[in-house]
Design a protein around this ligand. Structure first.
Ligand code: GLP
Length: 264
């Protein structure tokens, strides 16, 4: 794992966007794995700016989102399809037909999950996967105790995740308890992972992911086995890391040897 510690959430977004932009420039028909939640919103803002300025184009890009709630339809303001259209897709030159998100309202979620795996394979697999992390260490909606060999499937959300995400739903509104999510093994097959975490409420999860043992109790810890994972955190999310000074010195050396092209 490469751990990059930035001063604040804006710098995390800028750094994350540099990796994504570099991917698209190197391979214009990249297959991107996308995430929802509040963390990647600033990164998506950076990508929109880069697209508007003509520095990158999504015209040939395909995207696969990690997950979708079961039981609300695409028009619902809390569906991940709505979120992605609203936050990113309508602002960039991507062809909506090339944006894949599991369908949460087919009535056959297990079948949909299988189809989704097949669609990823048909498109040649994911080149770069953007991830956030839940406060309990989940990635996608792979909650603690998820099999580390899991594929796209239906998951029941934990109380912690229901609580964390309740801020998006009004008190009288139905909040889904289940979701379709890429599995841990699905995520492990992506060629590159860029995981973002910001804020002190993520510090314990980041510590467990980077420095804890590999365990299904912190599904993100499986990324220790991934050959190309970059974890970008702000100071608050990094606060519990024992080796943070080491990561900073490694990063200074890496930047010196491999200065990243500026895509800002
Ligand atoms: C949801 C999503 C995850 C996301 C997590 C954290 O549960 N399924 O993909 O990483 O929330 O969200 P936030 O970035 O809002 O903290």
């Amino acid at each position: 794992m490469r751990v990059i510690i930035e001063a604040n959430s804006q710098q995390v977004a800028v750094k994350g966007a540099q990796f994504v932009s570099q991917q698209i420039v190197n391979k214009p028909d990249s297959v991107l794995g996308l995430a929802t939640g509040s963390t990647p919103v600033e990164l998506y803002g950076q990508l929109i700016n880069a697209c508007e300025a003509g520095r990158i184009s999504f015209a040939d890009v395909t995207s696969f989102n990690l997950d979708e709630y079961i039981g609300i339809d695409e028009q619902h303001s809390q569906s991940y399809r709505y979120f992605m259209n609203d936050t990113l897709f309508k602002h960039i030159d991507i062809d909506l037909a090339n944006t894949y998100i599991p369908l949460g309202n087919t009535g056959y979620p297990e079948q949909e999950a299988k189809n989704y795996e097949a669609q990823i394979v048909n498109r040649g697999g994911i080149d770069l996967q953007i991830l956030g992390i839940g406060s309990n260490g989940h990635i996608g909606f792979n909650e603690p105790s998820s099999s580390l060999q899991s594929r796209t499937r239906v998951k029941t959300l934990t109380e912690q995740t229901m609580y964390d995400n309740s801020r998006y739903f009004s008190p009288a509104e139905y909040q889904p308890e289940c979701a379709i999510t890429m599995g841990i093994a699905t995520i492990m097959e992506t060629k590159k992972v860029v995981l973002l975490a910001t804020g002190s409420n993520k510090a314990a999860a980041v510590k467990a992911m980077v420095e804890g043992g590999i365990s299904s109790m912190c599904p993100a810890s499986m990324l220790q086995m991934h050959p190309d994972t970059i974890v970008i955190v702000d100071e608050d999310a990094a606060q519990d890391l024992s080796l943070r000074e080491y990561y900073r010195s490694v990063e200074r050396m890496t930047e010196k040897m491999n200065p990243m092209e500026a895509f800002q």
